[in-house]
Write a protein that binds this ligand. Structure first.
Ligand SMILES: Nc1ncnc2c1ncn2[C@@H]1O[C@H](COP(=O)(O)OP(=O)(O)OP(=O)(O)O)[C@@H](O)[C@H]1O
Length: 604
């Protein structure tokens, strides 16, 4: 600061000195003072107002006399070029503004819309991004397995202790190709299908939230070419994700608001890989098909019925409830939106908002609904159909079972009264503070509230259907209930065939013929076995024969889940014969483990 003040004080003094010197024409050192009076004229004209001009003239005189040349012309030329550039850029901006305002059409997309992601993803595949000078780089973590390039694949390495060949993934993350999209604050000009487009990506802060905006413009009065471009980007995005299921979950942003975020893209799970009684599969498939049909919305509207469909998949853990949900999504090409009601930060407001932001047709999956801790609000003892009503009829409270005996009833009433008092005082002690977590009425409001999009399929899964509130699973909210059971013998056989049939098919179904180039088989120790150790693939007859043998050793009283059988087979995925030999022993130890209620077995 001191330096600046000093310089500011010095400049007028210098200017005054130089003005004096020049006006007196008595500079003894100046053998080459500015000729023709041009510089003097400039100085006389600007000197007093612009002290820098005086310094400039002094420099001109001293440097010119030192070099022995006249610097007036180059200086004037430079000034002229500078002024010309300024005028040109001013004119350019004025013309650009004029063109942008009157001759270009534009479309804005903000990052809360799904199109933003589709567009940026599409841009990342375009060659323009490879040559762009201003880009944002990100590491894509939600890629599907089949996007993994050969470059990223781990290379087998000899283990340091010489024990065998292992796959080494240490460099894998480093090899993931980055994704480049236009940088914030940048402008990209590009041509697409013979049309010129200008893209500007910017960011502004709205409240606590950073909002990103992409504006695409094109020449002409109509934004039609931009709309076509966006449609093209959207279609390419979906074409790339065809045969894949996208999975989204709520994500909390800086503004403490939840929004949907795509968390994964998975290859479609074929329906046939889910082992379930065919009649159930057909029922749910045909019901969904009819519901998703283009004519259905009109049919529902004509009858004043809300266009919704809900399914409840219930049964023990690991019996295929989630698997069927994903397979259905794949079969109909729908995206899956998963909500965990256990999330303590998720409020009812968030839930309603998330439901309102669902695409027209999608699957929304509420997993393990019985563990979601859904409560009826204490003062919702007056809930009817799960929603608040005006009456004070507290006996219908869903969360207190009133014992039949008189004393029991009295105790229950007391407990209820205490609970009510407690919740009242809690509410009073924290005025204005919202109760966190989702209540039953909050969930019901989200499911059939006005803001929730019609057309979606709601799937709820549970291990304990009896623990669910009736309001949640009444018709209109749950239209189809599909039971899942532990594996029957038939299902065990099907699981066995599914596990090994592809190897048999790959081997050409020839009896006992080895595949031309057997894939490397990996044992539990991740050691790649030499090719001659690879078990011989089964012929189709052998497969069916040993599958029957396998299933005969599975108890028929359905105490083993499909997930457990799958886990056992996975440990012997290249060796079906071994699986058949060991299944009896495995079943025995598993039953013992279940009887002792231990959570772990001996690892067989
Ligand atoms: N019926 C089945 N058909 C094919 N695979 C199954 C089946 N049941 C379970 N699995 C396999 O077991 C694993 C767990 O299955 P899944 O998650 O679908 O079970 P779930 O019933 O949803 O379990 P949970 O109730 O614990 O959520 C998956 O890898 C799946 O492939």
């Amino acid at each position: 600061m001191e330096l600046v003040d000093h310089a500011q004080g010095l400049l007028p003094t210098l200017a005054a000195n130089v003005t004096d010197t020049i006006s007196n024409g008595t500079d003894p050192d100046s053998s080459f003072s500015s000729p023709h009076g041009v510089m003097e004229g400039l100085l006389l004209f600007f000197g007093a107002q612009f002290p820098l001009m005086a310094i400039f003239v002094l420099f001109h005189d001293k440097f010119g006399s030192y070099l022995g040349i006249d610097l007036t012309i180059p200086f004037i030329l430079c000034g002229f070029i500078w002024v010309t550039i300024k005028i040109m850029s001013y004119l350019y901006e004025a013309v650009e503004d004029l063109v942008k305002t009157h001759l270009m059409a534009k479309v804005s997309i903000d990052n809360s819309d799904a199109l933003f992601l589709q567009l940026t993803e599409w841009l990342a595949w375009q060659p323009i991004m490879a040559n762009s000078r201003s880009v944002t780089v990100e590491t894509p973590y939600d890629r599907d397995w089949d996007e993994e390039s050969a470059l990223e694949a781990p290379h087998p390495e000899i283990a340091p202790d010489g024990a065998g060949i292992t796959l080494n993934f240490s460099m894998q993350e480093a090899r993931i190709p980055s994704r480049y999209t236009p940088a914030i604050g940048s402008t990209q000009n590009f041509w697409h299908n013979g049309t010129f487009f200008r893209l500007i990506r910017s960011q502004n802060t709205v409240g606590l939230r950073n909002k990103e905006i992409i504006v695409i413009s094109c020449f002409g009065w109509s934004p039609e070419p931009v709309k076509k471009l966006l449609q093209h980007a959207k279609e390419e995005f979906y074409a790339k994700n065809d045969a894949k299921t996208t999975i989204s979950r709520p994500k909390m942003y800086e503004s403490k608001k939840f929004r949907w975020e795509r968390v994964a893209v998975r290859l479609v799970r074929p329906l046939k890989t889910v082992v379930l009684d065919d009649s159930y599969k057909v029922r749910v498939l045909s019901d969904m098909h009819e519901y998703l049909h283009a004519a259905t919305p009109r049919w529902y509207a004509n009858r004043g019925i809300p266009l919704r469909r809900g399914y409840l998949f219930y049964g023990p853990p690991g019996t295929g409830k989630t698997s069927l949900s994903f397979a259905l999504a794949g079969a109909f090409g729908l995206a899956i939106y998963i909500i965990s009601l256990q999330d303590p930060k998720l409020t009812e407001e968030d839930l309603s908002f998330l439901f309102s932001k669902l695409p027209r047709r999608c699957i929304i999956l509420l997993e393990d609904i019985d563990t979601a801790g859904l409560t009826r609000r204490p003062d919702s003892s007056s809930l009817e159909d799960g929603k608040p009503k005006d009456s004070e009829d507290s006996d219908k409270d869903g969360d207190v079972d009133i014992p039949p005996s008189k004393e029991g009833a009295a105790v229950a009433d007391l407990a209820k009264a205490l609970k009510k008092e407690f919740s009242k005082s809690a509410d009073v002690s924290t005025p204005g503070k919202k109760k966190e977590g989702i209540t039953l009425s909050g969930l019901l409001n989200a499911i059939d509230g006005v803001s929730s999009h019609e057309g979606r399929v709601l799937i709820m899964t549970t291990n304990k259907p009896d623990a669910l509130d009736e309001a949640l699973i009444r018709p209109g909210r749950v239209d189809l209930k599909i039971p899942f059971t532990n594996a029957t013998r038939d299902q065990a056989k099907e699981l066995f065939v599914r596990m090994y049939e592809l190897d048999t098919k790959a081997a050409g179904l020839l009896p006992s013929s080895p595949p031309s180039s057997p894939p490397p088989s990996i044992t539990a120790g991740s050691e790649i076995l030499p090719a001659n150790n690879t078990p011989q693939p089964l012929t189709i007859d052998e497969l069916s024969h040993i599958a029957a043998e396998f299933s005969s050793k599975i108890p028929d009283n359905q105490i083993i889940s499909s997930a457990e059988i799958q886990g056992f087979l996975l440990m012997r995925k290249k060796n079906p014969r071994e699986a058949v030999e060991q299944v009896g022993e495995w079943v025995e130890s598993l039953i013992k483990q279940k009887e002792s209620r231990s959570k772990v077995s001996d690892g067989k």
